[in-house]
Design a binder for this molecule. Structure first.
Ligand code: GDD
Ligand code: MN
Length: 368
């Protein structure tokens, strides 16, 4: 049986000029389909007169406005807020700028009624179409961004901002950690949702401006990284740790040879390059490998990481001294000795990092 009532969530930032046309088209579609509905507009404090627009619309339509006052505006967090306020179990999320056709909502709901948790209005299916106004660069960016999601989801258009979902089948909203524009992707990945797609015509906005910009693109990469860490868990963190360690190794070698070049004894050079490389590793692991762990005070954490690395350094430097001291081969190829030491130290370092330096939330909490 198809849903009979739905909450439509529309995030807005400076869209006062688009809202009335959107609401009218929604109303017409809902009336024709015989659906009970509400429209929840979640505005990021645009101060563009949207209050008056909604006040007027709400005279004859079920439209509500939630104004978010947050330190940083965010599309995804606005959508989550709207979902929290929804009165119905079925929600539809769409843009305010008329890019997403309200007329397609009944079709999204029909697919949802087959028990699916989420139905996406897709721009990249046979039968989809994209407004020609959408330039080649924007299209290329969108395709590239989509390719990066392939290991995470099987969905032709996971970046779509137009979807219907059954709230009862979504992950707990308070546990979501989206940044920026891709709330649909967040839900699919964290909820491990089996999504269906329906082709739509995506029209470029005619009023106002897109809020997509370089900052949003960086946000996208940060968000994507979080989702990769979520999806691949410990193996993902280990790969990241080794990648960070490898970059640290390059730093280590570069600094080592830089100092050697200045005529410093190789043992002293080795000591100095270690500290620099360890700090490099700490910073990247803090912001990449263990990004989702609670952020602790950087100073103390650095002390723990670099200090902890000293244990790894025992194995690292110790094996370096042993190898160069005992084997002629390594005496002649000091870089090889350096690499062997680093490999030995890495395993110990990972264990310490994941347990003590970047612990999970709650691990070391005192009695509540
Ligand atoms: N509350 C809130 N806060 N709303 C926002 C914000 C924000 O910071 N930024 C944008 N919005 C609203 C806009 O007002 C609009 O209703 C909707 O989110 C989409 O914003 P646009 O600025 O029109 O984005 P777009 O057209 O570039 O991106 C759309 O298409 C992308 C696909 O390429 C969105 O649907 C994206 O989610 C989608 O990935
Ligand atoms: Mn748009």
């Amino acid at each position: 049986m198809s849903a009979t009532a739905l909450s439509i969530v529309v995030p807005t930032f400076r869209e006062a000029g688009n809202l009335e046309a959107l609401a009218r088209r929604i109303e017409r579609t809902m009336r024709a389909a015989g659906l009970e509905w509400e429209l929840i507009v979640v505005d990021d404090d645009s101060r563009d007169g949207i209050e008056q627009v909604v006040a007027e619309l709400s005279d004859d339509m079920p439209v509500r406005l939630e104004v978010r006052i947050a330190p940083r505006r965010d599309l995804s967090l606005s959508v989550v807020r709207g979902m929290e306020l929804a009165h119905h179990d079925v929600v539809v999320v769409m843009d305010a700028d008329l890019s997403h056709p309200p007329e397609a909502i009944p079709e999204l709901l029909a697919s949802l009624s087959e028990g699916k948790p989420m139905v996406v209005g897709s721009r990249y299916l046979p039968g989809s179409s994209l407004d020609e106004e959408w330039g080649a660069d924007r299209l290329l960016q969108s395709r590239l961004a989509t390719i990066l999601t392939k290991p995470l989801v099987s969905c032709a258009d996971p970046m779509s901002g137009f979807f219907a979902a059954d709230l009862r089948q979504l992950p707990v909203l308070s546990e979501l950690r989206p940044i920026g524009f891709k709330i649909g992707l967040e839900l699919m990945v964290r909820g491990e949702l089996d999504v269906v797609e329906v082709p739509i015509f995506f029209k470029d906005r005619s009023v106002g401006q897109s809020k997509m910009n370089a900052r949003q693109q960086i946000n996208y990469l940060r968000h994507l990284w979080r989702l990769y860490l979520f999806r691949f868990g410990r193996p993902g963190r280990m790969v990241s740790f080794v990648m960070v360690g490898s970059s640290g190794l390059l730093v280590d070698i570069a600094v080592f040879w830089g100092i050697r070049w200045a005529g410093v004894d190789h043992r002293v050079a080795r000591l100095i390059s270690f500290w620099i490389a360890a700090s490099w590793n700490w910073w990247l692991n803090r912001n990449l490998t263990f990004e989702e762990r609670p952020k602790r005070r950087p100073g103390w954490q650095w002390v723990k990481f670099v200090g902890g690395s000293l244990v790894g350094f025992g194995a690292n430097f110790g094996s370096y001294l042993a190898l160069t001291g005992m084997l002629d081969l390594f005496q002649r190829n000091q870089t090889f000795a350096l690499i062997c030491g680093v490999a030995l130290g890495t395993a110990a370092n990972y264990a310490m990092a994941t347990l003590f330096v970047f612990p999970r939330a709650g691990r070391r909490r005192k009695n509540p």
